[in-house]
Design a protein around this ligand. Structure first.
Ligand code: AMP
Length: 282
């Protein structure tokens, strides 16, 4: 497995692989890898001739006062994990090469970026869409793999690729969870013992929404109220939002029909956790 820093080097390598008719699978990440990331890399390995994982803590997607500086950076351990999961290359660019002086071009997927997490993290999805578009141009994948854990991100990237005619396939893989249901996240490392224990309530709240819908409840407000009630039993957390939205346009759904995304963001101390599930009415 190689670690490549140069943008040109990565582009030339990708061009050569594609010229030989071999497929490239791509998994963009910010590193501090866990089983969620590795499930994407393993899937890419099964489906492609060549697998690239990128590790880049993207400054453009962090707001002022967010955790850009303290985000975990553990390249050596990540490299060990990537190799085990079957990656051929880690693309590990420098921020000064991705955003050189006088950098000016950004990608904004308009409506989808201003709702849910976007409402509380202005500029976040503009940063995400921009870096992912750039990475697609550098790595030139046939298929890129994303996690359902970041549902809004996956929906925005799909829309961006479609709108910009980027010739690749996007696959979204299920959320990997800890034994107690907590969605795996690099940010879980910030939690202290009691926050970690309490954080399992997020998935319990999502499962509660599924149970209520299965019992025939269709009113989103009522379901959200019940979820809030459950989460508020944990004293050391603060709900930022709980929303039930349409899976395509991410607009709130008042009365549930067919298929919805239930999504939430909750603060545990200085750590903001997100999670979601898709619920289909059979
Ligand atoms: P990140 O390093 O947090 O930017 O995540 C990189 C990719 O891994 C994104 O596509 C995420 O959605 C995905 N990912 C993160 N956590 C999980 C998880 N628990 N299960 C599945 N995919 C995940």
């Amino acid at each position: 497995m190689r670690i490549i820093r140069g943008i040109k080097v990565m582009q030339e390598l990708a061009k050569g692989i594609r010229r030989k008719g071999r497929s490239i699978g791509f998994v963009p990440t910010m590193g501090a890898l866990h089983q969620g990331h590795l499930s994407l890399i393993r899937k890419a390995r099964r489906e492609n001739d060549f697998v690239v994982a990128s590790i880049f803590v993207n400054p453009a997607q962090f707001g002022p006062g967010e955790d850009f500086k303290r985000y975990p950076r553990v390249l050596r351990h990540d490299a060990y994990l990537c190799k085990g999961a079957g990656a051929d290359v880690i693309f590990y660019p420098a921020a000064k090469d991705i955003y050189p002086d006088n950098y000016q071009t950004y990608v904004l997927v308009e409506d989808l970026s201003g709702v849910l997490c976007g409402k509380f993290r202005p500029g976040h999805f503009r940063g995400v869409a921009t870096v992912v578009a750039k990475l697609f141009n550098i790595v030139q994948p046939d298929t890129a793999y994303f996690g359902q854990k970041d549902a809004q991100q996956a929906i925005i990237i799909r829309k961006m690729a479609q709108d910009l005619h980027i010739p690749l396939r996007i696959k979204v893989m299920p959320t990997a969870r800890e034994k107690d249901g907590l969605a795996m996240s690099s940010r879980n490392a910030y939690l202290d013992k009691s926050q970690r224990r309490d954080a399992a309530v997020l998935y319990r709240a999502l499962k509660l929404s599924r149970d209520l819908i299965r019992q025939g409840k269709r009113n989103s407000k009522e379901i959200i109220r019940r979820m809030r009630q459950l989460i508020s039993q944990k004293k050391n957390c603060r709900v930022q939002y709980i929303s039930i939205v349409d899976l395509e346009n991410l607009k709130p759904v008042a009365e549930i029909k067919e298929k919805v995304l239930v999504a939430l963001a909750v603060w545990f101390g200085k750590t903001r956790l997100i999670d979601n599930i898709i619920i289909k009415i059979k």
